[in-house]
Ligand binder design. Structure first.
Ligand code: SF4
Ligand code: SF4
Length: 234
C-alpha cells in the first residue's frame, strides 16, 4: 500500500474515530526511532513496534461490533484450501470446482515483508462483490457478506484471512523448523491501535491470536504446496 493510500484511509477513518496524532505520524512513515520488540506467545513470535522517544508500544484491540471497517473496506480475500471446501459447502455448492468458478477470482499481487523482501503471490480470492474483476483486486470494496448489523453472514465459516486482520504473518526457517512470525499491517483502516507503556495490556489478544495466526499461516502454506496458489520471492 502506498503512503498516499494509507493517508486517504486515515482521513476517512478520522471522520468517525479518534486517531492518536503520534500513531498517524507513525503510519505515514514520519517517525523513525522505531524498534522491533519480539515476544513469543505460544507458537508465534509477535513483532510489536516500540517508539523509543515516546517510551511506548503500539498495541491493538478490536472495536467490533462498533467497528466493521475491515469488512467495509476489504482489499482482498485470499482463500486457503480449507476455506475452499468449507465456504463452498456453506454457499451450498456440491462441487468445489463450481464454487471456484462462480464465487472466486484468481489474482497475482505483490507484498513486502517487514524485512523489505518482495513476495509475488498468486491466490484464489473470494469475490467481495458478485461482479468483482481482476482490475479491482487490492482496491477497497464493501464485502457482500457484511450484514446489516455489522456481522459476517458466513460466520463462523468466514475466510481464515478475515480472522487475521490487522496482523500479517510469515514463516521463517529456525534450525530446520518452520517458525511463524506476525506483525501488524497498518492500512489506515483500523481504529484499534493505541499507545501504551506496558505490553501486558494486550496479553489476552496476543494469546487469542496466537492460535488463529498459527493455524492460518500453516493452512496458507499448505495451500501453496497443494498448488491452489503460488508464491515467489525477490
Ligand atoms: S477495523 Fe480493526 S477495530 Fe474495526 S473490526 Fe476490523 S480489526 Fe476490529
Ligand atoms: S467474509 Fe465476512 S468477515 Fe470477511 S470481509 Fe466479508 S463480511 Fe467481513
Amino acid at each position: 500500500m502506498s503512503q498516499k493510500e494509507i493517508e486517504e484511509s486515515l482521513n476517512l477513518l478520522q471522520k468517525d474515530w479518534d486517531v492518536d496524532p503520534i500513531l498517524r505520524q507513525f503510519m505515514l512513515g514520519n517517525i523513525s526511532d522505531v524498534s522491533d520488540y519480539s515476544i513469543k506467545v505460544k507458537d508465534v513470535i509477535f513483532h510489536i513496534p516500540y517508539l523509543a522517544s515516546k517510551k511506548k508500544y503500539i498495541l491493538w484491540k478490536c472495536f467490533w461490533p462498533d467497528c466493521h471497517n475491515c469488512c467495509d473496506r476489504q482489499g482482498r480475500l485470499p482463500l486457503t484450501s480449507d476455506d475452499l471446501i468449507t465456504i463452498g459447502k456453506g454457499l451450498k455448492y456440491k462441487k468445489t470446482s463450481d464454487f471456484i468458478k462462480n464465487e472466486t477470482i484468481t489474482t497475482t499481487w505483490q507484498d513486502s515483508s517487514p524485512s523489505g523482501q518482495t513476495t509475488t503471490m498468486t491466490t484464489i480470492n473470494l469475490k467481495r462483490k458478485k461482479d468483482e474483476t481482476v482490475q479491482e483486486d487490492g482496491t477497497h470494496i464493501s464485502c457482500r457478506f457484511l450484514d446489516k448489523k455489522g456481522g459476517c453472514s458466513m460466520h463462523p465459516d468466514r475466510p481464515g484471512v478475515c480472522y487475521l486482520y490487522p496482523f500479517s504473518t510469515w514463516l521463517e526457517n529456525e534450525k530446520g523448523m518452520a517458525r511463524v512470525h506476525a506483525t501488524y499491517q497498518f492500512t489506515g483502516d483500523c481504529p484499534g491501535f493505541y499507545l501504551a507503556e506496558d505490553i501486558q495490556q494486550m496479553k489476552q489478544e496476543l494469546k487469542d491470536y496466537s492460535k488463529i495466526i498459527y493455524d492460518y499461516t500453516l493452512s496458507s502454506s499448505r495451500t501453496m504446496r497443494e498448488n491452489f496458489g503460488s508464491v515467489s520471492f525477490g
